[in-house]
Structures are given as C-alpha cells and as structure tokens.
Design a protein around this ligand. Structure first.
Ligand SMILES: Nc1ncnc2c1ncn2[C@@H]1O[C@H](COP(=O)(O)OP(=O)(O)OP(=O)(O)O)[C@@H](O)[C@H]1O
Ligand SMILES: [Mg+2]
Length: 234
C-alpha cells in the first residue's frame, strides 16, 4: 500500500532523515518508535507531502507521491492527523469535521461518513454544535482523528494521538485505533506509549537520529534488549 524507499529529508542545510525506507501493507498497524527529535514527525510530514525529500521515493497504491502537494495525496486516500491537532477553534465540531471532507471524492459521501464518525466517537455527536475550543483535550484529539477520517482514508497516519491525555483516555484512543484497523484502514502510528503501541501494532520501525535502526514484528521487538532498555524502561 505504502512504500517509502531511501528517503533523505533536509531542513535547509541540516539533514533530518537519512536513507529511510518503510512499507505498510493493507490492514496493518505499523508503529514508528523513537526518542524526541529522532525524526518521526519529519518522516510523516515527508510522506504526506508537507516536506519534500531531497532524494528517495514514496509510492502509495502504486502511484508516486513524492513531490505531490498534500491535497493530492489526501485525495488518493491518505490522511495525516498532526501532532498539533490543528483544529479550527472558533468553528463547531460539525464544521471542523466537514473541513476534513472538502475534497471531491469525500464531499459526495459527507453525510454517510459523518454518521460513521459519530458512531465511532459518540461524544462528538453530543457536542456537534459546540465550538472546538470549548472541548477537553481528549475530545479535541478525537475531533482531530474524526476529521482525519472524513476524507475516507485507506491509510491514516497518527502523530502522538494520546499525547497529554489521561490514562483512561489513552486506553480509549488505542481501542479506537484497533477499531479503525478492523474497518480495513491501515495505520501508521507514532506514540510515546511504546509498550502499548507495540502490543497493538503488527510491525514497527525504530528511528534514531534520523535513521531506521531496527524493524520487525512488534512481538519480536518487545523482546529486543536494546528496545527494552531504551524505550520500555527495563
Ligand atoms: N521546522 C524545522 N526546522 C528545522 N529543524 C527542524 C524542524 N522541525 C524539526 N527539526 C529538527 O529535525 C529533527 C527531527 O525532528 P522531529 O520533529 O521530526 O522529531 P520527532 O521524532 O517527531 O520528535 P518528538 O518526539 O519530539 O515529536 C530534530 O533535530 C529537530 O530539531
Ligand atoms: Mg514529533
């Protein structure tokens, strides 16, 4: 579904990603693990077209996407829920959701998708007329995810969806992510909760200083000594 090959990404003259390759198959949850500043967000931004790699290629559903503008990549069926959530604070919950469906393919199915998002996030339905800025942190995260789903993605990339949430809400977000996979949506997941993430992910990549240093089945990585020491606090 997604195939990233040998990507190098720079901020000006400073290189942030070095020869990064990654793939995601249909129906998979793939985790991207790494310390602060490792380059996780940079990699997501490169895939979703917000940053342009200096070398390397990215293919989505057999189409080259490196160099395409972000909206064209969304239209192909990829959505990106950014770390900062980027909601429209003075718009209602419903209006924020509708903004996620502004491209042609999704707009036609807007009402149907909205009903599915409300089913997945009942608290958004209850608050559909409320301004986004009046929501709690957890509800705002759900709104950001719901908006990402409004484009009817085949692949959804989530950048630290549980950041700043209470332990109970973290569990809820992880349940929802598994529910998305069950609906056939592939997930690329960045998370600080490494253990929980590896427990729900099929495979994972570990990024250190802009390079992939290990990859494999999540269950295997949970047993890996370096991963245990560096990310699981064992
Ligand atoms: N806009 C930018 N301009 C210049 N350098 C940047 C920019 N954004 C990130 N960087 C640098 O690129 C590197 C990777 O940052 P990135 O945000 O991708 O890491 P991350 O793994 O997402 O970290 P975190 O866990 O803190 O979100 C860091 O050294 C960072 O300082
Ligand atoms: Mg980040």
């Amino acid at each position: 579904m997604l195939e990233v090959n040998n990507i190098d990404t720079f901020y000006g003259k400073v290189q942030a990603l070095w020869d990064v390759s990654l793939k995601i198959d249909k129906g998979e949850i793939v985790a991207l693990v790494g310390a602060n500043g490792a380059g996780k967000t940079t990699l997501l931004n490169t895939i979703s077209g917000l940053l342009c790699p200096v070398s390397g290629t990215a293919k989505f559903l057999n189409k080259r996407i490196d160099g395409l503008p972000p909206h064209s990549i969304v239209e192909l069926g990829m959505s990106h829920v950014p770390e900062s959530r980027r909601l429209f604070p003075d718009m209602t919950v419903r209006e924020n959701l509708e903004m996620g469906a502004y491209l042609l393919r999704a707009w036609k199915q807007k009402e149907e998708t909205l009903a599915q998002v409300y089913e997945l996030f009942p608290s958004l339905k209850e608050r559909k007329g409320q301004l986004a800025r009046t929501l709690s942190g957890g509800e705002q995260q759900m709104l950001a995810m719901g908006r990402g789903l409004m484009s009817r993605p085949k692949l959804c990339m989530l950048d630290e969806p549980s950041n700043g949430l209470s332990p109970l809400l973290v569990i809820e977000i992880f349940d929802i992510i598994q529910g998305l996979r069950d609906r056939g949506i592939a997930i690329l997941l960045i998370e600080q909760n490494v253990r929980q993430t590896l427990e729900i992910a099929d495979r994972a990549y570990v990024l250190e200083n802009g390079r992939i240093v290990s990859k494999g089945k999540s269950k295997k990585l949970l047993q890996n000594d370096h991963i245990k020491k560096a990310y699981l606090g064992l």
